[in-house]
Ligand binder design. Structure first.
Ligand code: CP3
Length: 343
């Protein structure tokens, strides 16, 4: 059977709008929590092909999304470069900070594929196990977003440590971004080799960056990754997600040459239609918190999104990932609403 999501990414029109959801595998599903409880740590979980394959498939079985996103995490890349990465319960990710020449010198691409190789194995298994009409999505974090975690050694509100290194020590910061470009491009190429039909690059923290830095920290590294992927896999669609990039979105699309762009919840849709969807396929952009409350407010909003974007290329998604308190039955109603809509 044809893959509706992949065809949409390649510009083919259709009556039904394909859909998937960011964080569709996750703590809101009881069957996910069950598998999660058997893993000694979150990173072990990401590197366990049995468990990672199973939780990738869980939401597809329940809801029949058109896309299955590989279960892993953006912090697999720093881990593959030799940085210590772990998740603390109730806190989130922690890393030994890379904030000077000495800590940077400990990173290397040398052991990368060996360290992250089980992720590729997960994709090979998914390729076999997924229904043929489901598009398999690989992903990675964008260099800027991954660097915010690597430099801070944790998540942070305003990404102070990364910004301050970008301004104060541009040489070291540039070397780190360059290494992330190389690692991320290799990682995504290997994911495509292993069976990913398309890939998404998450730049979750690309908000409120001054224009020249947006070009240097967000656009240029993403463009370099796109070029490297296209040199090997010219036909594989690449979805960009410069979250909260606001008015920089059209520039992002023009200069990175991504095949599609994911819209965060705050992007006005009539504006997106005129300024972004006229260039590439758009994905988005339902507020994940509206799926927590559910009901008619949720289905009305889904229909507004579908109606507003129906004359161009659109993949229904959230504006950011599901939160753990999302009731699974609200997701079922949302999926039904999208599946029964016709342009
Ligand atoms: O279903 C999917 O979307 C696929 C898997 C996926 C995960 N993380 C699993 C995960 C994907 C695509 C990601 C991307 C990711 N990871 C991003 C970019 C997207 C975004 O949300 O902005 C970022 C910034 C991260 C880093 C990260 N991973 C943080 C900050 C946390 C802790 C916060 C939290 O929700 O607990 C994670 C952990 C994480 N990654 C979980 C999942 C399902 C929850 C951890 C658990 O189950 O214990």
């Amino acid at each position: 059977m044809a893959k509706l999501l992949l065809n949409t990414l390649k510009g083919k029109p259709s009556d039904r709008v394909p859909f998937w959801f960011m964080r569709q595998a996750g703590r809101y599903l009881p069957e996910y929590r069950e598998v999660r409880a058997t893993a000694p740590s979150f990173m072990d979980f990401c590197y366990n092909p049995d468990k990672a394959t199973e939780v990738t498939l869980q939401p597809i079985r329940r809801y029949g999304m058109d896309g299955a996103i590989l279960f892993a995490d953006i912090l697999v890349v720093p881990d593959g470069l030799g940085q210590k990465v772990w998740f603390e319960k109730g806190f989130g990710p922690k890393l030994t900070p890379v904030n000077d020449e000495k800590s940077f010198s400990r990173l290397s691409l040398g052991g990368f594929h060996n360290q992250v190789g089980n992720v590729y194995e997960t994709l090979r298994r998914l390729k076999v196990e997924l229904p043929s009409e489901v598009t398999l999505l690989g992903f990675a974090g964008a260099p800027w977003t991954v660097a915010t975690y690597m430099i801070q050694g944790a998540g942070s509100k305003d990404h102070a440590a990364a910004r301050q290194m970008g301004y104060g020590n541009p040489e070291l910061f540039g070397k780190l971004l360059d290494m992330l470009v190389d690692a991320t491009a290799e990682y995504l190429i290997a994911q495509i080799d292993a069976g990913a039909d398309a890939v998404q690059i998450f730049d979750s923290w690309s908000a409120a960056i001054p224009e020249p830095m947006f070009e240097a920290w967000v656009i240029e590294p993403t463009r370099a990754i796109v070029d490297k992927i296209r040199a090997k896999h010219a036909e594989t669609p690449i979805i960009g997600f410069p979250r909260l990039a606001g008015a920089m979105l059209p520039t992002f699309v023009d200069q990175t040459c991504v095949s599609a762009v994911s819209l965060d919840t705050g992007v006005p849709l009539a504006w997106a239609r005129e300024n972004v969807q006229n260039k590439v396929c758009v994905q988005g952009n339902m507020d994940p918190h509206l799926v927590v409350s559910g009901g008619k407010a949720m289905t009305d909003e889904a229909l507004r999104i579908l109606e507003t974007l129906k004359h161009g290329s659109h993949i229904f998604n959230l504006g950011h990932g599901f939160v753990p308190e999302t009731p699974p039955e609200h997701v079922a109603l949302l999926a039904e609403t999208i599946k029964t809509f016709r342009r």
